[in-house]
Structure formats: structure tokens, C-alpha cells
Design a protein around this ligand. Structure first.
Ligand code: PLP
Length: 380
């Protein structure tokens, strides 16, 4: 049986060159980056290199990058601590119902502590309209957190237009964007987005689990979330996860340099799957407008996602129904898009990486056609 992994929005396999970049820090260069002898210096140099690589991929300066343990930590830090920093200025926050829980959970906590939250709804394409953002923005809005690429639908939000609106109205609102699914996948830089805080994560770009980063625009004062030592220029305490950070740097550097050619290849795979399903399984509903080529959100109304997923697993295919960390719960994002119950209940998220092949794309599409008709036959 084949093994076909099309759940790359959940996590990606670590590339060999990333593993090679990590190995020295797991073996010979095991020093603590804070130690002052040579072994510590070698470790420090590894962090400097990785910080430069991640900064280059984002188009910012290295001092604007702080390493964290994951995208979730970056999101929590951005939300909780920018609210803490600006509490005397105002207590209004804007976010969207389509955010990842790494943003929604800390926002919810703030709402129980007296912050007022406006939850914007995605439109039929899964994007948060600029008009709604503009209407929600107030002089006491201290934070707006809207993701760049939605992890379930691949919808890309016009973050540059939100930041332009904040600037136009000369507001002090901090704009945070969770770019975990967009980093090195869709073209953007910190300048093109105009956000103050940007979250990214290593394991979505063939890097290891255990490393993330938060871009903090120079001049933005973000209080610490993790206290202790003076690592990361006193902004994030804790001995640095050097092997993971070195792997993150290598993954970002490689993915950024190949971003446009990889996206082109992925787009071909995406189109191949869509064409084949349109032909062989015309009842397939495609959700959203396919903004990011990496994610195909589709549904087979009348089917149940979990039944499809388990039948596909029987064919060696790993695919999701929504975000991996939801452990198979019904999609809140698709509910926010006001899709019908039958579309939500039969939804699948197919997410691709540069390691998927056209044979795998065909295998997936054929397996979906085969398993869905088998499920229907077995019902009779
Ligand atoms: N934000 C988005 C949009 C994600 O897709 C994910 C992971 O699925 C996260 C945040 C959390 O990132 P991490 O798994 O690195 O904590």
C-alpha cells in the first residue's frame, strides 16, 4: 500500500538538509549559548546565523526576530502582551471568528478580564472584508489580530489593507498577523504587510517542531511573557532550543529561496486534483477561492468527514477534516463562513508540500472517488 501524506498544514516532514543543519548542535556543538567559553560561542553563532536566515525570509532586520517554541507561543505572546502594554489606552480588540485557537483562546481570556472583543466574520471566500475591519476599528482599538492565510481554507486576508487603514486614521492600534500558514508559501514581507507583530513556525516549512518566531517591528514595546534569564536580548527567557532554531533557519532560508518555484509546482498539483475531482466526482464542493495553492478545502455533501478520512486511511492516505489540533471536531471556520451543515459535515482539508508528486495527486483523487462510492454502496 502507498503512503500519501496530504496533511502538510498540520505539519511537514523535516528535510534532509534541515536535519544536516541541526545535527552539529545535537552532537559536537552542544554548548549553552549563554556560556562564555568557546563551546558557548559556537552555539551563540548558530543562533545568530538562524536569526539572520529567518529575518531575511521575512525581509526584516535580525533584531526584530525573537525565537519562541512554536507558532502558538508567538500568537499568545502577541495577543496577551500587546493588550497588557496598551491597557491604559483602550480595551477594544478586533479579531475574526476564523482565527486559529492560538489567537482565539488568549483573546477569550482577555474578554473575561474586561477587554471588549469584536469578532469579524469571514465572507463566502473565507476572507475578512476590509470594509468590516474599517467599520470595527475605533480610537480605543488597541489590538487587531487577523491571520494572513487561513489554515483550513487557504483564504488569504488583505492584511496590507488593514494596516493601511490603521495608518490612514493615525491610530495606535497594534496589528498582529498569524502568518504560520503563509510564511515562505505566499509572497510577502514585513514591509508589504505593514503589521507590527507577525507569528511564524518552523514545522510548517519542513523545519523541526519546537521552534517558532515572533517578528516585533522595531519601536514596538512588547512586554515579556516568559520570565527568567536574559536570553533573546531579555525578551524571551529560557535556554534556546538551538538544534530546532538552527533547523528553522535552514528551513526558512531554503523555503524562501525556492518559494515561487515551489508554489508554481504546488499549484499544478492542486489544479490536477481539482480537475480530476470535477471530472470524476462532480458533486464535490470546493470551499473558498483557492487563494493559497497549498490548501484545498473541499466537501462531499451527504458524507461524513470522519468516515471519509478513515476510508482514505485504509488506502494509506493521511488527510484532515479541519485543523489538526481540533482533533477532528466540526470546523468552526466553515461554520463562520455560514456553509450548510451538509457541506461542513463532509469537509476535508487537503494540504500539499513540495514532497508531494503528481502520482500522489492522482492516487488521492482516485482514492476519494473510489472510497466515496464504496461508502454509498455500503449504505444500501
Ligand atoms: N496558527 C496557524 C494558522 C496554524 O495553522 C497553526 C498550526 O497548525 C498555529 C498557529 C500553531 O502553530 P504551532 O503548531 O507551531 O504551535
Amino acid at each position: 500500500m502507498r503512503n500519501v501524506y496530504v496533511d502538510n498544514a498540520a505539519t511537514t516532514p523535516v528535510s534532509q538538509h534541515v536535519l544536516d543543519a541541526m545535527m552539529p548542535y545535537l552532537t559536537d556543538h552542544y554548548g549553552n549559548p549563554s556560556s562564555i567559553y568557546r563551546l558557548g560561542g559556537v552555539a551563540r553563532a548558530g543562533i545568530v546565523k538562524a536569526r539572520g536566515q529567518v529575518a531575511a525570509a521575512l525581509g526584516c532586520t535580525p533584531d526584530e526576530i525573537v525565537f519562541t517554541s512554536c507558532g502558538t507561543e508567538s500568537d499568545n505572546w502577541a495577543v496577551l502582551c500587546s493588550a497588557e502594554a496598551a491597557q491604559r489606552q483602550g480595551k477594544h480588540i478586533i479579531t475574526s471568528s476564523a482565527e486559529h485557537d492560538a489567537v482565539l483562546s488568549p483573546v477569550k481570556k482577555l474578554s473575561t478580564m474586561g477587554w471588549e472583543v469584536t469578532y469579524l466574520q469571514p465572507d463566502a471566500a473565507g476572507r475578512v472584508p476590509v470594509k468590516d475591519f474599517t467599520e470595527a476599528l475605533r480610537s480605543d482599538t488597541i489590538l487587531a489580530s487577523i491571520m494572513l492565510v487561513n489554515n483550513e481554507t487557504g483564504a488569504v486576508n488583505p492584511v496590507n489593507e488593514y494596516s493601511a487603514e490603521i495608518r490612514k486614521r493615525k491610530l495606535k492600534t497594534i496589528l498582529h498577523t498569524d502568518a504560520v500558514q503563509g510564511f515562505c508559501k505566499i509572497p510577502f514581507s514585513v514591509q508589504s504587510l505593514g503589521a507590527d507583530l507577525i507569528s511564524v513556525s518552523a514545522h510548517k516549512i519542513h523545519g523541526p517542531k519546537g521552534a517558532g518566531a515572533l517578528y516585533i517591528r522595531r519601536g514596538v514595546k512588547l512586554p515579556q511573557m516568559i520570565y527568567g534569564g536574559s536570553q533573546e536580548s531579555g525578551r524571551r527567557a529560557g535556554t534556546e532550543a538551538l538544534p530546532a532554531i538552527a533547523g528553522f533557519g535552514e528551513a526558512a532560508s531554503h523555503a524562501a529561496s525556492e518559494a515561487s518555484s515551489t508554489a508554481e509546482e504546488i499549484r499544478k498539483l492542486r489544479d490536477r486534483i481539482i480537475e480530476s475531482l470535477k471530472r470524476e466526482l462532480p458533486e464535490t464542493v470546493f470551499i473558498g477561492e483557492g487563494d493559497s495553492p497549498y490548501i484545498i478545502s473541499l466537501s462531499l455533501p451527504g458524507h461524513r468527514s470522519e468516515v471519509l478520512m478513515s476510508a482514505l486511511e485504509g488506502e494509506g492516505i493521511c488527510v484532515a477534516r479541519s485543523a489538526a489540533c481540533k482533533k477532528g471536531e466540526r470546523s468552526r471556520v466553515l461554520e463562520a463562513m455560514r456553509l450548510s451543515d451538509s457541506v461542513i459535515n463532509g469537509a476535508l482539508r487537503v494540504s500539499l508540500s513540495r514532497y508531494n508528486t503528481s502520482e500522489e495527486a492522482d492516487y488521492f483523487a482516485n482514492a476519494l472517488v473510489k472510497t466515496s462510492s464504496k461508502i454509498i454502496r455500503n449504505r444500501r
